[in-house]
Ligand binder design. Structure first.
Ligand code: GLU
Length: 338
């Protein structure tokens, strides 16, 4: 579905054209009561309803909208990610499109923006927005987050910053931002790296630029790519069993991300499982379950290291890396550079 909303005649030529792609989530969520902030249906409302709820968008940009999916982001798959990234690349290649805003669920908002950060070949702004309260709630945060996202995408300083995530007046980088609280509005944070900027009143304040390879400089090209190699995540904990690795091997995974304790430390059981996987030619990357910090190289431990990528983002990078190469040194370099 394509919906077009034009700004007032005369002003339209001066405004940027921003395309909003809707994928579902709480921002499109609907509940029976306006006090209900749990147990509602995510991905219930369509793109036209989201846009019509914020008529002020027309003051920022000429807006058009498309429905790519309407799902809770726990049901996002690499197939949908490929569809989304292909569509964003096609839109941004057009001279008449200045930026893209994507509405999405918060639960896997660690992952989708990072996938686009690695696969979109444009320095035009790509901004994800989401919400923690359904659209039907008192003080729903979705409309202001959508307004903020379009404001950022339309800003003249937004180009070349990689894919951004806008919620709660903060602008996060897809590389670092993650969901840190299951229910509060200020959940999206990057504890070590902070935000790229903030929105206050009518103005977008950019403070930082990302020092990681992304978008136009990324080596990952999904042109013609229809599927991605299978990569699973195995969590490290006291008593963690070796049979998780046996299961992954039996399912013919091409990569494993180990969500490790501390700085990626492995138990004797995980050590045995990881070495068994490595012997089968599976690439294993050790990350951390702590929520922030770096897993540094350590020759005494098996596998590659994630640098500061959390397990969910590590999985995204490893899928793309394995679609290009199985060379461990090259893949390790990706983890330090992207
Ligand atoms: N689980 C749903 C999703 O991720 C709703 C959560 C949300 O969007 O905040 O899309």
């Amino acid at each position: 579905m394509v919906v077009c909303f034009s700004a007032l005649a005369g002003a339209a030529e001066k405004l940027p054209h921003i395309v909003i792609l809707a994928t579902g989530g709480t921002i499109a969520g609907s509940a029976a009561a306006n006090t209900q902030t749990t147990g509602y249906k995510a991905g219930a409302l369509g793109i036209d309803t989201l846009i019509n709820a914020v008529p002020e968008l027309k003051t920022l940009a000429t807006i058009s909208g498309e429905q790519v999916a309407n799902i809770g982001s726990e049901n996002m798959t690499s197939d949908v990610l490929l569809t989304l990234s292909h569509r964003v690349n096609a839109l941004l290649a057009r001279d008449d499109v200045d930026g893209v805003v994507i509405t999405h669920g918060t639960d896997t908002l660690d992952e989708s923006p990072y996938f686009l950060q690695l696969t979109v070949k444009s320095d035009k702004p790509v901004v994800f927005v989401a919400a923690m309260r359904p659209a039907t709630a008192i003080s729903a945060d979705g409309p202001m987050n959508l307004y903020g996202g379009v404001k950022v995408a339309a800003d003249k300083n937004a180009r070349g910053r990689g894919v951004m995530v806008v919620l709660n007046d903060r602008i996060g980088s897809a590389r670092f931002i993650s969901k840190t609280n299951a229910s509060t509005l200020d959940t999206f944070k990057a504890p070590e790296e902070g935000y790229l900027g903030t929105i206050v009143g009518d103005r977008v304040y950019f403070n930082n630029r990302l020092d990681k390879i992304h978008t136009t400089r990324s080596v990952f090209d999904i042109t013609g790519v229809k599927t991605l190699p299978r990569v699973d995540i195995i969590y490290g904990y006291q008593d963690d069993p070796e049979y998780m690795y046996d299961a992954a091997i039996a399912h013919d995974v091409k990569g494993i991300v180990y969500a490790g304790m501390g700085a990626g430390s492995v138990s004797k059981r995980s050590d045995a499982g990881i070495r068994k996987a490595l012997n089968q030619g599976i690439v294993v990357v050790r990350s951390t379950r702590t929520g922030s910090g770096v897993v540094p190289p350590d020759a005494s431990q098996p596998g590659l290291v994630s640098d500061s990528l959390n397990p969910a983002k590590s999985r995204i990078l490893l899928m793309l890396a394995l679609s290009k190469t199985h060379n461990a040194d090259v893949i390790q370099d990706y983890f330090h550079s992207y």
